[in-house]
Design a protein around this ligand. Structure first.
Ligand code: ATP
Ligand code: MG
Length: 246
């Protein structure tokens, strides 16, 4: 498997705070990689840097061998990276179909929508996220679990190779989490490379074969989830000195 994303010595400062500190890692094509860390560790900032919502102070990001460091978000989407946001974001007054159609009309989305039609492409995505029966309603009246699904639908309309999912389980019931888990697994089986954050270890433990742990902007562990969860430095980052994983 070749490398799809290569991040080298990435650093992002907000005033005196170093949110991401000399952070380096690689993702292989087809991987299913997790990123964990306690609140404020820098996970979302890493996603913001990869997707172009923030510019790094130093370091490089290469996608498919192309230097994408500091490119605008739409250029990065057009190259094949899509993301969801930790807080749900939708076009409140558009129907679900139109919410998804927006990304189906992106450069990469058009490769499919030109062939089969935008409505058909958007409908097929609504089908895959279990919302096709709600195609004609706006998102404002949806329960939170459906809104989380919609975020993923909006992202996959751009036909990405790499999908960044920022806390996709946040605020969901156990049943809703299961639904999203199955959806993400299916996307991965279909060939999308997945990079997913969570701050609760349990959520990601069973899902990903490899996880990165970060704390105060730094990479502190990289390996199989069980190994990372039992790593002394990771335990201390989450629970303080002398902690043990139960
Ligand atoms: N735009 C910003 N301006 C100033 N500080 C910021 C900004 N964005 C993030 N930070 C700070 O950078 C640090 C990392 O934040 P980030 O949101 O990346 O963490 P996180 O790991 O995603 O946390 P959480 O688990 O709460 O989502 C925090 O201290 C945060 O307050
Ligand atoms: Mg975050």
């Amino acid at each position: 498997m070749g490398v799809i994303l290569e991040v080298k010595n990435l650093t992002k400062k907000f005033g005196g705070l170093t949110a991401v500190n000399d952070f380096s890692f690689e993702i292989k094509r087809g991987e299913f990689l997790g990123l964990i860390g306690p609140n404020g560790a820098g996970k979302t900032t890493v996603f913001n840097l990869i997707s172009g919502f923030e510019k790094p102070n130093s370091g490089t990001i290469r996608f498919d061998g192309v230097d994408i460091t500091g490119l605008k978000p739409y250029k990065i989407v057009n190259l094949g990276i899509a993301r969801t946001f930790q807080l749900v974001r939708s076009f409140k007054f558009l129907t679900l179909l139109d919410n998804v159609s927006v990304s189906c009309l992106s450069k990469r989305g058009k490769k499919i929508s030109k062939k089969i039609g935008t409505d058909e492409y958007a409908s097929s995505i609504l089908g895959s996220i279990g919302l096709v029966d709600k195609a004609r309603i706006p998102p404002v009246i949806l329960p939170h679990g459906d809104l989380r699904r919609l975020q993923i639908g909006k992202a996959i309309g751009s036909n990405p190779e790499l999908l960044l999912l920022d806390e996709p389980f946040s605020g969901l019931s156990f049943e809703e989490q299961l639904g999203i888990t199955n959806l993400i697994k299916k996307l991965h089986e279909d060939g999308v490379t997945i990079f997913i954050t969570g701050h609760v270890l349990r959520e990601l433990m069973t899902l990903v074969p490899r996880v990165l742990a970060m704390h105060q902007g730094k990479l502190i562990a990289d390996g199989p989830p069980l190994e990372v969860a039992n790593n002394k430095i990771v335990l201390e980052a989450y629970l303080g000195r002398g902690a043990e994983f139960a």
